[in-house]
Design a protein around this ligand. Structure first.
Ligand code: PLP
Length: 399
């Protein structure tokens, strides 16, 4: 039966690479994945920063079931009052600075990027968008236009005109933010480059330069948001506020949901001239919003945010002595850097055989991603790190 699934997967589902993992998942619970064959896997990536409270938390499952029984899709976004959207928007705003008081729910992170770029153009009347080298904001054509790696863009050009790249963390490049710039879009911590954390004052300088030029600052917290770095939003570490905030991944508590967040006065611009300035059928799906709200309640009720730094340190203690080239971390967002892409991939594959599930990064295939559920038990951290140490030592011996 499962062999058949694998064949159909390979033949009838569109591929994204030549070498998919091909592990069939039977179920997932907490920080564990249970494949149909082979060992259970300690999940150290949580669906790539999605499952911040673990898989299938009973509170979230209940919220999904109850909302599905009440109603699922009833009308396109923005017309009918739907309690899960309203309640989730209110709850999210209670965590945000005063000026980020209006939420546009989307289906995905990429769609949040698209909406935010349109809003910035509309709000400033300008056309230029600056983005960072090695940035990832999604795979649709607008988001691809601001992806910071030509390899992924080349065969899909022409993309958006007036998108210009700057180097992340280089103050000198901030001179390019000028009165023609509609927006600067960046991640506060670059995820896919392998967790690159900027200097304390870099983001403050970006913020100040945007202010001076009248350009909007769009911060992409699709990966860093909802507690991943130990604060609800990573911008809090840097004491700045964006004009537009992008959310996704963990926002839906395991269901598909994204959002761009701005001030009410900015968001109103999307409602006129032309009317329906940004529209979506499924954005803010009531079941996704109910799941996201329930996940945030779990984060609060189980004091999960307070434990992120301690759990991150525990990983760091174990992993700083295994012989990796470098380790970068903010909260529970970590990159373990090895000496080559091949070495990293060998280690990741060995780990899967031994019961630990990790991954590499899009622009840093020599780095191993660790971004587990924020409530991963300490005992599982220890167990996973011991297996990682074993695999890394075996790999080093092999050399
Ligand atoms: N922005 C960042 C920082 C991301 O990591 C991702 C997804 O990996 C996206 C945007 C795009 O989100 P989605 O895959 O939901 O379109």
């Amino acid at each position: 039966m499962h062999l058949d699934h694998r064949r159909i997967f390979l033949e009838q589902l569109a591929p994204t690479s030549e070498s998919p993992l091909l592990i069939e998942i039977e179920r997932a619970q907490g920080s564990m994945l249970y494949p149909r064959e082979g060992l259970p896997l300690i999940d150290l990536i949580g669906g790539i920063s999605v499952c911040n409270i673990g898989h299938s938390h009973p509170h979230v499952v209940r919220a999904v079931q109850q909302q599905a029984e009440r109603y699922m899709h009833v009308m396109v976004y923005g017309e009918l009052v739907q309690a899960p959207q309203v309640m989730y928007a209110q709850k999210l705003c209670s965590y945000l600075p005063e000026k980020l008081n209006c939420i546009y729910f989307t289906n995905s992170g990429a769609e949040a990027t698209e909406g935010a770029m349109k809003l910035a153009k509309r709000a400033t009347g300008r056309t230029r968008i600056l983005y960072c080298q090695y940035a990832y904001h999604g795979s649709t054509q607008g988001a691809l236009s601001v992806m910071g790696d030509e390899y992924f863009k080349r065969n899909y050009r022409p993309l958006l005109p007036e998108a210009y790249m700057i180097r992340f963390g280089e103050e000198e490049d901030l001179l390019q933010i000028d009165e023609m710039t509609a927006a600067v879009i960046m991640e506060p911590i670059q995820a896919e480059r392998g967790v690159i954390i900027p200097s304390e004052d870099y983001l403050q300088k970006v913020r100040a330069k945007c202010e001076q030029a009248g350009a909007l600052l769009i911060l992409d917290e699709i990966q860093t948001g909802i507690g991943r770095t130990g604060k609800m939003f990573a911008f809090e570490h840097f004491e700045i506020e964006p004009d537009i905030l992008l959310l996704g991944k963990a926002l839906g508590g395991g269901m598909p949901l994204g959002a761009f967040v701005a001030s009410q006065s900015l968001m109103r611009l999307l409602a006129s001239n032309p009317v329906l300035g940004h529209i979506t059928t499924f954005g803010g799906h009531p079941v996704s919003c109910a799941a996201g709200l329930a996940a945030l309640e779990v984060l609060e009720n189980e004091n999960i945010l307070e434990q992120v730094e301690q759990k991150g340190r525990l990983f760091e203690e174990y992993l700083s002595v295994i012989g990796a080239r470098a380790l970068r971390r903010k909260g529970l967002m970590m990159a373990v850097e090895f000496y080559s892409k091949e070495q990293c991939l060998r280690i990741i594959n060995e780990l899967i055989k031994k019961g630990v599930f990790t991954d590499w990064f899009l622009f840093a295939p020599h780095c191993m991603r660790i971004a587990p559920a924020l409530n991963i038990p300490d005992a599982l951290i220890q167990q996973a790190c011991e297996i990682i140490a074993e695999c890394v030592h075996a790999e080093i011996k092999l050399k």
